[in-house]
Write a protein that binds this ligand. Structure first.
Ligand code: PHE
Length: 344
């Protein structure tokens, strides 16, 4: 046994291989089921206790030496394992993998942001969990004023003098802009908003807005009208007309709702515009002097306008989707419809 072990140790130490195949053959010769070292282990098992003591350790050393050597040789020889089989065909086309697509609401938000950026507006963002002051109080919604019911609110800490709540519009970001930015201010505020509304084809408790604010000396309603007209033409096409209808918001005076001419029937009347030829897209108005003063802006010197629109609504008009809920369900069949809009 002793000579056998020494002979094998020397052989293992001297072992040289050129290819993977040779390494594998050597492994089988020494360590395979019928390998020489494996055989020694069989003999070892039949030995008496005394002999086991003598050979156990050296035999294990031999086995480890053989295993290490084989591993070492595997790393050093050239990998010829594929050379026997067919070579990979490099001219084959790759496995295609599916690209994702932007969500339609993101596409519309980007379009709107790009348009207003061209007009010189900055983008401002703010917290979705807001306080009552920034969502209502600073925007001229007095405590207990019925106008607060226009936007059913999710309160987080009710009963507090300035409770936390989920913002119902991104006008809160405009308040923060007025508090912190230098005049003149030109910002748009895209973001997610929350209202406690029953979910239906036309309403959801979560949706997205882009609101805008422009404050400078001498800003007039004519500037507002022109800004909205330019925006509408960029967004819906150069032929688009707008019309303004008087409306009410606590934070603007005068206030208006804006319709664009229906880009589907071009005013003739269809089921999208419900036969009127017009589609409502946003609310707007001249910033109420109370709102300017609340944020420390001199309302004698400065005037401004604000506007706000719902992105899902614009996306519905753009792609003629008739149910708002599609935008929230993330059904791949729906989202894939917008695949072409991916920018790489
Ligand atoms: N904040 C209003 C809303 O959420 C939209 C709006 C913004 C109206 C600015 C007028 C001026 O409905």
């Amino acid at each position: 046994m002793k000579e056998e072990i020494e002979k094998l140790l020397a052989e293992v130490a001297d072992l040289k291989c050129k290819t993977r195949k040779e390494v594998e053959e050597a492994r089988v010769r020494f360590l395979g089921k019928k390998g020489e070292i494996t055989k020694l282990f069989d003999d070892f098992r039949a030995m008496d206790k005394e002999s086991k003591k003598t050979f156990g350790r050296v035999l294990n050393e031999l086995k480890n030496a053989a295993m290490n050597k084989i591993e070492e040789l595997k790393d050093t020889v050239a990998d010829d394992t594929v050379s026997d089989g067919p070579k990979a065909d490099l001219s084959m086309p790759g496995d295609p993998f599916e690209l994702g697509s932007r969500h339609p609401v993101s596409i519309v938000r980007q379009e709107i942001v790009d348009i207003f950026r061209k007009f010189g507006y900055d983008v401002a963002e703010g917290p979705e969990i807001e306080d009552d002051y920034h969502v209502f109080e600073a925007l001229n919604f007095p405590q207990n004023h019925p106008a607060r019911d226009m936007q059913d609110t999710f309160f987080i800490s009710a009963g507090h003098p300035n409770p936390l709540l989920l913002r119902t519009h991104t006008s809160s970001v405009q308040v923060r802009a007025m508090e912190t930015m230098k005049l003149p201010i030109r910002v748009i505020c895209p973001g997610r908003v929350f209202r406690n509304e029953a979910i239906s084809a036309r309403a959801h408790c979560i949706f997205h807005q882009v609101e805008g604010l422009y404050i400078d000396e001498g800003v007039t309603f004519a500037d507002l009208k022109q800004a909205i007209l330019l925006f509408a033409r960029e967004m819906f096409g150069p032929e688009t007309e707008i019309r303004m209808r008087p409306s009410y918001f606590p934070f603007t005076e005068p206030s208006a709702e804006v319709d664009v001419s229906c880009n589907i029937c071009h005013g003739k009347g269809c089921n999208i515009c419900k036969g009127t030829g017009w589609l409502e897209i946003l609310g707007c108005g001249m910033v109420d002097p109370n709102v300017l003063e609340a944020s420390g802006i001199d309302s004698k010197k400065y005037t401004g306008f604000a506007f706000g629109m719902g992105l899902e609504r614009i996306a519905m008009l753009k792609w003629r989707v008739n149910d708002l809920r599609h935008y929230f369900e993330n059904d791949m069949r729906f989202l894939k419809e917008f695949n072409t809009a991916v920018e790489v």
